[in-house]
Design a protein around this ligand. Structure first.
Ligand SMILES: *[C@@H]1O[C@H](CO)[C@@H](O)[C@H](O)[C@H]1NC(C)=O
Ligand SMILES: *[C@@H]1O[C@H](CO)[C@@H](O)[C@H](O)[C@H]1NC(C)=O
Ligand SMILES: *[C@@H]1O[C@H](CO)[C@@H](O)[C@H](O)[C@H]1NC(C)=O
Ligand SMILES: *[C@@H]1O[C@H](CO)[C@@H](O)[C@H](O)[C@H]1NC(C)=O
Ligand SMILES: *[C@@H]1O[C@H](CO)[C@@H](O)[C@H](O)[C@H]1NC(C)=O
Length: 570
């Protein structure tokens, strides 16, 4: 708190810059009044981009917002709204040469919640020397965003993705009024948000949907992209049916069933929409159940198939994808004590994993020593799950983009910034932890309170990893401004070279973000892989519970996971 206070004081001492973008913006359907901040940024929070999805619009694709006569203060977020953060001195659409590049960021949360709603983009904009505009839309999650039914009553699938699309169309139409350039949009996101980035690229088989070929976005940046099990609409029917049954809405024709579901309170829907086991395999509920489905329309096919064949939107000029070293640790139950429990957990998440596939995986991931306080198969299971769901999908996208158009502008990274408390807690460098650095610790919900635990302590100013913050912000700000992470990168950070394939074997280099904000290029090789020690996260043997950096064998394991990706419905 003391730090935040001092920062606020120093802002007060510098003159407040004059606003060039009018805080009152006329969107024709509504006028919104933003708030100019003393840090030279104006924020508009919670502007409606689609009508509230309530009443008859619950489970419907997003509709245009209704006309609103009187200007509204844009100071709180709501459902199907977005926030815009723009430098106060940006020039609005009167001067198209001076429009600034735009970063649209989709938060994650497993399509079940919005884990990072209300991110504050002030830190990232400051790192970009006030040369970018940031947009953070929310979208429907859980059954509201991802229920589907092909039987009567028919319910349109993937409404959460359609919401995101609507927000991207809003950006095309309106962002110039905030000083943003609709021709230079970088679409970013973390976890389910990064999965959304990928699904938006593959939407309608790569048709950008607006007919003019300009595209809704022009570069992409995904952190810890998540490849969940994707069902077809037919396969997902049991989710709809269970909700109908448990809310007491069964009976009558399709219209009555829908009307009944629409009449149920959010509390009732919430109580009856928790995850249940997949009926195709597995015993316990998956971590997340409501996911995008293959509907033959917005999502024409599985992601592994679509990207493997290059069926995604053209006109993307550059891409960044990466992941954290220990992406699986937060999801696997700590007590996993036997091979059976570990393999069972995997099959609960991916019900199409066969006995043969699990056998092969157990060979590729030998069980390392147990660490104190954990079940004997926790680490092994976390390693398989992390690579199957996050790490290898991320590298697959990088490789697919390199092969299909981005020969020199597909960039990969690994975030290996170790926070001592997280390492001591046994989670290593966990899923999406780099989000805290990308936006800056005080700009994360809860992060204003240093002792809340919302942000790893070592990421705050004076912490051992404080420097990692300007380093990642510098790369991202540079990427958003120029589609190249190097041009405006921070202070001594390594030159980030694009992913390339060398020689006969699959090989490439990715940027390694390391403890203390150190950076270097890290080489991955496929053919000559040394999988001694399994290459999984083994203990360093120093007795401190440190996680090992050895990634030997990663590409080899990924090649196997890529080969079964479509078979297990990713
Ligand atoms: C806002 O824009 C709309 C459509 O361009 C226009 O009809 C309306 O008069 C404008 N409102 C104000 C207050 O300028
Ligand atoms: C806008 O203001 C920031 C500081 O608040 C400054 O760094 C930047 O150069 C200014 N941009 C323009 C276009 O005046
Ligand atoms: C973002 O941070 C700035 C500077 O600390 C603050 O003035 C502003 O109110 C914050 N915005 C949000 C949405 O939290
Ligand atoms: C990519 O870079 C390589 C090496 O610098 C160059 O030979 C090649 O022409 C470039 N390809 C494209 C499509 O720009
Ligand atoms: C900060 O978080 C801690 C730990 O959750 C809590 O005890 C404390 O009351 C919070 N402080 C404020 C000012 O909210």
């Amino acid at each position: 708190m003391a730090n935040a206070f001092l920062v606020a004081i120093s802002f007060l001492q510098s003159p407040v810059p004059a606003a060039a973008v009018d805080p009152t913006v006329n969107l024709s359907y509504s006028q919104y009044i933003g708030t100019p901040l003393i840090n030279g940024i104006t924020q508009w929070l919670g502007m409606r981009y689609a009508a509230p999805p309530v009443g008859d619009l619950r489970f419907e694709p997003p509709r245009d917002p209704r006309y609103h006569g009187t200007p509204q203060k844009a100071d709180t977020a709501n459902c199907l709204t977005l926030s815009v953060f723009a430098p106060s001195n940006a020039s609005s659409h009167t001067n198209t040469n001076k429009l600034l590049p735009v970063f649209v960021f989709l938060g994650g949360g497993g399509f079940a919640s919005l884990a990072s709603a209300n991110l504050n983009a002030s830190g990232l904009i400051a790192a970009a020397h006030h040369a970018i505009v940031v947009v953070t839309p929310n979208y429907r999650v859980g059954p509201y965003g991802f229920i589907s039914s092909e039987a009567a009553p028919h319910v349109t699938a993937n409404n959460g993705l359609r919401d995101q699309r609507k927000a991207l169309q809003w950006v095309q139409r309106h962002i110039a009024k905030f000083g943003g350039d609709p021709r230079r949009v970088v679409l970013g996101g973390d976890s389910a948000g990064a999965a959304s980035v990928v699904l938006q690229m593959g939407a309608f088989g790569g048709d950008d949907g607006d007919g003019d070929g300009d595209g809704l976005f022009h570069a992409v940046a995904g952190e810890s992209v998540s490849f969940a099990t994707m069902l077809t609409v037919k396969e997902a029917q049991y989710q709809f049916d269970n909700l109908v049954i448990r809310t007491g809405c069964a009976g009558g024709d399709g219209g009555r069933v829908l009307a009944c579901l629409r009449g149920r309170s959010a509390e009732e829907i919430g109580r009856h929409s928790g995850p249940t086991p997949y009926p195709f395999g597995g015993v316990y509920p998956p971590v997340y159940m409501w996911n995008p489905v293959v509907d033959g329309d917005f999502v024409p096919e599985l992601t592994y198939s679509a990207f493997g064949k290059g069926r995604f939107v053209r006109g993307i000029r550059a891409a960044v994808f990466g992941d954290d070293t220990n992406g699986g640790t937060l999801f696997v139950p700590r007590g996993v004590g036997t091979k059976g429990e570990g393999n069972g957990f995997l099959r609960d998440q991916f019900p199409w994993l066969t006995v043969g596939m699990l056998e092969r995986l157990n060979g590729l991931y030998p069980n390392p020593d147990a660490s104190k306080g954990y079940g004997c198969w926790y680490r092994q299971t976390a390693a398989v799950y992390g690579e199957m769901r996050y790490m290898c999908p991320s590298l697959f996208i990088t490789q697919a983009l390199r092969r299909h158009g981005l020969a020199n502008s597909s960039y990969a990274y690994r975030w290996n910034v170790k926070d001592p408390e997280q390492v001591a807690a046994g989670v290593g460098v966990p899923h999406v932890v780099e989000l805290n650095a990308l936006f800056g610790p005080y700009n994360i919900p809860g992060g204003q309170n240093v002792s809340s635990g919302a942000v790893p302590r070592s990421y705050y100013p004076d912490g051992i990893n404080a420097h990692a913050v300007p380093v990642i912000q510098g790369y991202w700000a540079s990427f958003i401004r120029s589609f190249n992470p190097n041009e405006h990168r921070c202070c001594g950070a390594a030159k980030w070279t694009p992913w390339r394939v060398g020689g006969k074997n699959l090989a490439g280099k990715r940027l390694l973000f390391d403890t203390g904000g150190r950076t270097e290029m890290e080489k991955l090789e496929g053919g000559s892989m040394n999988i001694k020690g399994g290459g999984v996260d083994t203990l360093d043997g120093d007795g401190e519970g440190q996680w090992d950096d050895d990634d030997g064998g990663l590409l080899k394991r990924c090649e196997y996971l890529w080969s079964i990706g479509a078979a297990i419905h990713q």
